[in-house]
Design a protein around this ligand. Structure first.
Ligand SMILES: *[C@@H]1O[C@H](CO)[C@@H](O)[C@H](O)[C@H]1NC(C)=O
Length: 584
């Protein structure tokens, strides 16, 4: 071989090598923002991640009941341009920046401790047990905490850890499950949501590849006679393509919380099948919205088998129903306003909930706050039970978001009062953390309310629960645990980004210190058994849900970050705090 030929070959090989590099380098999608700058900087050093195919090709299963309809994702039109969501923040003073960064570092330190223990003691398992330093599988054994934490690692700038985790995620086998039943709701919000957000932030194709795999597995849940989704996928049956049977009554959040993830998957792949499947489900919800026992809202239990939304009489925006409502304004935003149906459904439920579910509790300082209760519709009409729960604390943030999207100041103020309700419940407890579920006394009027100690004492005598040490205002702490939940800080974060009011950042700092101090274990953070006892008497449980890293610490971190990091004008967060790029 001549020298000349050798040189040509070398050049050709080098060119090929450069071409390959070029293709595998993910591009920074959001230039200009802090996350965008970080992405650009880091992508220069980003490694190649090669996905490993799962042992089952879920896309190749022949369905007994294939879906024929395929409405595509509607395109964004110029006249549907959405209003600004975030507050126009002023330039920050150097002192404020120092204080904020110190707080943010404390949050990252707490995250790093939990992450390091997960990595050491529970790697590739669903959860870390934070007291014993052992692990467990809870959601089919696909490394739930790992997938759920990917985008938090990215957002916190922990790139080495991110790439280590992303490489591990690229090797997960969705063809094998530690459980015979796949919970559609949890798999969708944690696994599919986690992968989509990690892809949206980092641009790594391997993450999209894995999102498509799990998306195809979940799509198998629609292989049913009436094209409505099941609650649980039977893993072995789903492999055969034999049709699944839709359960009778399920919690309404289950079929109602697929829209965002399925829509985002259709957006990034260009394959409309996922969007088409959930569009059909949402048609059923739309057609029944005004025909339920509390017109404008759907009850906690619905039958997708019989498309019956009108039999159950229990209504709440808390557990069982929560994210069904959450996903209506968010789906509208994700689609860039291109599907007005979601705006009308949102406004209808928001007006109904505001009128019927929200109430002012009687507190010793006559605080002007709101909480969300439960409604039972009986023969003589709706009855409000002034019982609230941590899960319903997301609603303040959702009203603020809806207020911006639909240009309604009243929704924003309602959202602020609801958020202050949750802040009050944190602050009132000796631990500084609110309980899972509790009761209070409802004021007759939302406009003014006077503390009546005799009335409170009478009520706690009647309820006979924890009456010796309950803070004034509470009549029970029905479920006194705190299990590392995010909903309160979620609303505090959203209210801060939307109103720019410092009160929310300061409340977040109080909440963070309280939560960190009472949950901290040798390895990570643990659920606590009773928030109504003094701090030094707190008992912990060997239990750390993946949402501690996916949501709770992410929101605490973001509230102390520059407002362009995961701007609510660029991203919509799913119910597991995974940010999706919105259409524009
Ligand atoms: C339900 O009622 C509300 C309020 O009257 C109305 O705005 C909305 O369009 C109705 N929804 C449907 C699907 O008819």
């Amino acid at each position: 071989m001549s020298r000349r030929l050798l040189r040509v070959r070398t050049l050709a090989v080098a060119a090929l090598f450069l071409l390959i590099l070029w293709f595998y380098f993910p591009f920074a999608r959001d230039t200009g923002s802090e996350s965008g700058r970080l992405a650009q900087y880091m992508n220069r050093a980003s490694p190649r991640i090669k996905p490993l195919k799962s042992t089952i090709d879920w896309a190749a299963i022949n369905f007994q009941f294939p879906v024929a309809r395929t409405p595509a994702v509607p395109p964004v039109k110029p006249h549907t341009r959405l209003p600004h969501i975030q507050h126009a923040f002023d330039r920050e003073s150097p002192d404020d920046a120092i204080k904020r960064n110190l707080r943010r570092d404390e949050v990252r330190k707490t995250f790093k401790k939990s992450w390091a223990s997960y990595r050491q003691y529970a790697w590739m398992k669903d959860v870390l047990k934070p007291i014993s330093g052992t692990s467990a599988d809870q959601f089919c054994g696909w490394a739930a905490t790992l997938v759920d934490s990917l985008d938090t690692l990215w957002i916190m700038g922990m790139r080495e850890e991110f790439y280590e985790a992303a490489k591990a995620v690229a090797r997960i086998d969705f063809g094998f499950s530690t459980s015979g039943r796949v919970n559609i709701f949890e798999t969708n919000i944690r696994y599919l949501g986690g992968l989509l957000a990690a892809y949206d932030l980092s641009g790594h194709e391997a993450l999209k590849f894995k999102a498509i795999e799990i998306g195809n597995l979940l799509y198998g849940g629609f292989n049913t006679e009436n094209h409505m989704p099941v609650d649980f996928i039977d893993f072995e049956t789903a492999k055969t393509g034999q049709g699944l049977e839709v359960e009778d009554y399920v919690v309404s959040a289950s079929p109602g919380t697929l829209t965002m993830e399925f829509t985002r998957l259709s957006q990034i792949t260009g394959d409309p099948k996922w969007y088409a499947a959930v569009a059909e489900v949402m048609e059923v919800f739309r057609d029944t919205q005004n025909t339920t026992l509390l017109p404008g809202m759907w009850p906690m239990f619905v039958s997708m088998r019989r498309k019956d939304m009108a039999s159950n009489y229990q209504f709440s925006i808390g557990g069982n129903a929560d994210s069904l409502f959450e996903y209506l304004p968010k789906q509208y935003q994700l689609l860039g306003g291109a599907e007005p149906k979601y705006m009308w459904m949102s406004r209808t439920f928001m007006d109904t909930a505001k009128k019927n579910l929200f109430f002012r509790p009687m507190t010793p300082d006559n605080a002007d706050i709101l909480l969300s209760g439960n409604i039972d519709v009986l023969d003589d009409g709706p009855h409000l039970d002034p019982e609230s729960e941590h899960l319903s604390c997301f609603i303040g943030g959702l009203y603020a978001l809806g207020g911006r999207l639909f240009e309604n100041e009243d929704y924003i103020e309602t959202g602020a009062r609801l958020t202050r309700g949750c802040i009050w419940a944190y602050h009132a407890m000796p631990t500084g953390v609110m309980p899972e579920r509790y009761n209070v006394i409802k004021c007759e009027s939302r406009l003014n309310c006077k503390w009546d100690e005799a009335k409170w004492k009478e009520e706690i005598q009647q309820k006979k629960q924890y009456k010796d040490h309950l803070p004034k205002g509470f009549t029970t702490a029905k479920d006194p645990r705190y299990i590392l939940r995010p909903e309160a800080i979620e609303s505090v974060f959203v209210l801060y980004r939307i109103t720019g009011r410092r009160e929310f950042q300061d409340a977040a700092w109080e909440m963070f210190q309280a939560v960190r101090d009472v949950t901290s274990t040798q390895f990570a953070a643990a659920a606590i058994k009773d928030v109504t006892v003094p701090k030094d008497k707190v008992e912990r449980e060997d239990y750390m849900e993946s949402f501690w890293l996916a949501e709770t610490l992410k929101y605490f971190y973001l509230v102390f970050s520059p407002p362009d990091l995961i701007s609510l004008d660029e991203y919509v967060l799913n119910t597991e705090a995974h940010p999706f790029k919105r259409a524009r």
